[in-house]
Design a protein. Structure first.
Length: 415
């Protein structure tokens, strides 16, 4: 949920020879580069991504499988566990996967993961005891856990993982999906857009009044919705995927996604108490959009809804820290993790000059002694980079139907 803070640095995972072609153009000015034939985009290799995952594991995951955010009171979140579970699958580490899953189940879900949603926050309470601090769920983590378990079941031929993932999927539908009759008229000549069903950000705290809800656009990665639709064809996932382009167009009038948006059932959008800035949450909307293949249904339409960030990066070296989604006004400089998250988006937009700029920033943030980005290396930045660089290196990609494709799944090689 982006509750952690900034900083993202990638270490030995980036090989200067592999990306050397980028450095030639990066030494030139923007205008000079535009006048020459740019080299093709060169992705980071699978070997580099695997090395980065090892460095991340060393820095952030303990022997039990707990992912630790060192800059947030040594806390752990369902988000961190779900991301780590996904990366362990991509890395083909079944033993590591099992540890992460076991810790998540035992500590966040009271041993009932599947029929019970995990609590989002675990840490040290005021009396000094390490325990679950919040039993409230975080739907983005729940979606990643369910999807990853289903894909692990397929790729590793583990029916127990498949069963657990499908069971969790049904619990998400029961606890975090709402059916509403909302329709939105953008102007007098437009048709009504109906957004239902919708995924609440958690089962508690986001249905704020009888007909008023708060939603988070970054909780809806298109590949996950399509993957869950295939595994659970009678669920709401295909409908969620099909309405996602219209939803993002409606909430991003200037092409910038917000972190949060209020929705009044039967009436219109409203500004929630969290505001309409797009920042630590919304940066993932661009990341997920870039990871969807161009053949994936609804993928091109989603990219088209997010034009504002590309235009901004054509004029600025660094992504903004926040953008008012209602006005398009940007402010501040985002951390290096934002640059990493935007790589897939800029690649999908075929904007090589802006892509190169963000890649160079990542290279310069590399700390050789840790293999991570930034000093100190922040948890959230590393995760954004692991997603982006993993996808660009084809360590993992998504099939048209949302299924996961990994570097090892069709090669006969294993981690």
């Amino acid at each position: 949920m982006g509750r952690a803070h900034l900083g993202v640095e990638m270490g030995k995972a980036l090989n200067w020879v592999t990306v050397g072609l980028f450095c030639v153009s990066l030494l030139m000015s923007h205008s000079t580069v535009a006048k020459v034939l740019s080299p093709p985009l060169v992705p980071i290799s699978v070997a580099h991504w695997r090395s980065y995952w090892v460095d991340y594991t060393r820095a952030f995951i303990d022997d039990q499988g707990r992912v630790i955010d060192h800059h947030q009171h040594q806390d752990s979140t369902s988000e961190g566990e779900s991301y780590a579970l996904f990366f362990a699958l991509v890395a083909d580490k079944p033993g590591q996967f099992a540890k992460i899953l076991s810790w998540t189940n035992n500590n966040l879900a009271a041993g009932q993961l599947g029929t019970q949603l995990p609590g989002w926050l675990w840490g040290q309470n005021p009396s000094g005891k390490w325990t679950l601090l919040s039993q409230h769920s975080a739907a983005d983590a729940d979606l990643w856990l369910a999807y990853t378990l289903i894909q692990a079941g397929k790729l590793w031929h583990r029916p127990d993982y498949m069963h657990l993932g499908l069971e969790l999927t049904q619990t998400i539908v029961r606890e975090e999906v709402v059916m509403i009759s909302f329709s939105n008229r953008i102007n007098d000549r437009s048709i009504h857009l109906s957004f239902t069903p919708m995924l609440l950000p958690g089962y508690f705290g986001f249905h704020i009044a009888a007909k008023r809800y708060v939603f988070n656009p970054s909780y809806l990665p298109l590949p996950l919705l399509l993957g869950l639709a295939q595994a659970d064809p009678h669920g709401p996932w295909q409908q969620m995927a099909s309405q996602l382009p219209d939803f993002l167009h409606a909430v991003s009038p200037h092409g910038f996604a917000p972190d949060w948006i209020g929705l009044d059932d039967g009436r219109s959008f409203f500004v929630p108490s969290q505001g309409v800035d797009g920042s630590y949450n919304a940066i993932r909307v661009y990341l997920w959009a870039g990871m969807a293949t161009k053949e994936m249904p609804f993928g091109p339409e989603i990219l088209a809804a997010l034009s504002g960030m590309q235009k901004y990066l054509q004029q600025h070296n660094v992504p903004p820290l926040a953008v008012d989604a209602a006005t398009g006004q940007a402010r501040g400089s985002g951390p290096v993790g934002f640059s990493a998250a935007l790589l897939t988006y800029l690649s999908a937009k075929h904007d090589q000059i802006a892509f190169n700029r963000q890649l160079r920033r990542i290279q310069e943030a590399q700390i050789p002694s840790t293999g991570l980005l930034g000093e100190p290396a922040y948890y959230y930045d590393q995760n954004l980079a692991l997603f982006a660089l993993g996808n660009l290196s084809k360590s993992f990609t998504f099939e048209r139907n949302g299924d996961l494709h990994t570097w090892w799944s069709h090669s006969g090689l294993h981690g």
